[in-house]
Each structure stands twice: as structure tokens, then as C-alpha cells.
Write a protein that binds this ligand. Structure first.
Ligand code: SF4
Length: 190
């Protein structure tokens, strides 16, 4: 794993040699710590990795998302996981109204989109794997109530998009420059 990591790091561009060394050390440390966690999962459980959920039909719109890892349980239910770098966030911060509510909404979104795309399937569990702090991973059992919560949030966002009621990205991000809708978008900053 470490050898592969070094191979791919060497193919990347870094601003400075110091940055490269800093990221290499950080990556090697994370992989070494994460390895024991990783080897506890049987490869037979892995249903998909880096699964792109595209063209998920939702009312008269589409959703898309990208799930890092999907495991399948023997009872046919699924577990969805997202990997994050950086320090772990505590459970009381990953909750409605807290600083990292968006982590919870991300997991709700994955469950909702995955079940929409795969009717008759159930996501029994979801979680965030903190690759650099994997003793503090976050796990949650999501319910139909979570589906309702995220469904209403998605509808709210789409209603506002339809009314052009949203904040455009920062100009420095250059997102507008490459956006497919820049010719018709009145918020186009480019
Ligand atoms: S051009 Fe409009 S739709 Fe496209 S990224 Fe910019 S603000 Fe968003």
C-alpha cells in the first residue's frame, strides 16, 4: 500500500519540495494507522468503491452523488461509507444544527439516492471513516425519517435554484468559467 502511495505521490505536482515531503509523511502515517481498520473488512462484503450515483430520478429532476465505499450485508441490506481526511469530528458535532450537520446530511443523501436508484434495497447503516483518525469513525443507523428530512432539504434547494435564489461560487473558484449554464445564468461571475 505504502509503495503504491509513493508511486502515485511521485506522479503528482506540488508547489514545493517541502509540501511534497509534508504530504508524503502525512499519507504514510495515515495509511499505516488505517491499515488495521481496513484489514478487518472482508473483501467479500465490498459491493462497490467510488460508486458514481448518476441520473438518480427525483420528481422532475435528477440527483447525483459519489459514494466512497459500499458494503453488502448477508441479509441483503447495505452500508455506505465516506472517507474524510483531517481530524475526526465528534458525534455531537455531526448532528442537526451543529457545525458538521452537513456530514450527516451527506450520509442521508447517499442513502436516499442509493435507495431511489435501487428500489427494494435498504441502507441499514452509514458512516464516515476518518482515515487519519480511524479510532473515532462516525457510524449511524439511518431511518425513513432521515429520508424525509433530506427529501425536504433537496426540494427546498431545487425550489430556490429554480428561482435563481442561491449564492454563486466565489470568483476565485473559477466554477462559473467552466459551467455548462454560464450562457443563461444571470449569476455568472465569469
Ligand atoms: S454560471 Fe451560474 S449556474 Fe454556473 S456555476 Fe456560475 S452561478 Fe452556478
Amino acid at each position: 500500500m505504502i509503495e503504491d502511495f509513493r508511486y502515485f505521490v511521485n506522479k503528482q505536482k506540488f508547489e514545493t519540495l517541502n509540501k511534497k515531503e509534508e504530504f508524503t509523511l502525512r499519507g504514510e502515517k495515515s495509511l499505516t494507522a488505517f491499515y488495521k481498520n481496513f484489514t478487518q473488512i472482508s473483501p467479500l462484503r465490498i459491493y462497490a468503491t467510488e460508486l458514481y450515483l448518476n441520473h438518480v430520478p427525483f420528481e422532475n429532476k435528477f440527483l447525483k452523488g459519489f459514494v466512497d465505499r459500499i458494503e453488502k450485508n448477508t441479509d441483503g441490506t447495505f452500508e455506505l461509507y465516506d472517507y474524510k481526511t483531517g481530524s475526526a469530528k465528534s458525534k455531537n458535532k455531526i448532528t442537526d444544527g451543529a457545525d458538521y450537520e452537513h456530514y450527516l446530511n451527506q450520509l442521508r443523501f447517499y442513502k436516499f439516492a442509493f435507495e431511489l436508484l435501487n428500489p427494494n434495497t435498504k441502507v441499514a447503516k452509514a458512516g464516515i471513516i476518518f482515515a487519519e483518525d480511524s479510532d473515532k469513525n462516525y457510524y449511524i443507523t439511518l431511518t425513513e425519517e432521515d429520508n424525509e428530512i433530506i427529501k425536504n432539504k433537496i426540494k427546498f434547494v431545487y425550489e430556490n435554484i429554480d428561482k435563481m435564489n442561491f449564492n454563486p461560487p466565489e470568483k476565485s473558484e473559477k466554477t462559473c468559467q467552466y459551467c455548462t449554464y454560464k450562457q443563461i445564468c444571470t449569476l455568472n461571475l465569469f
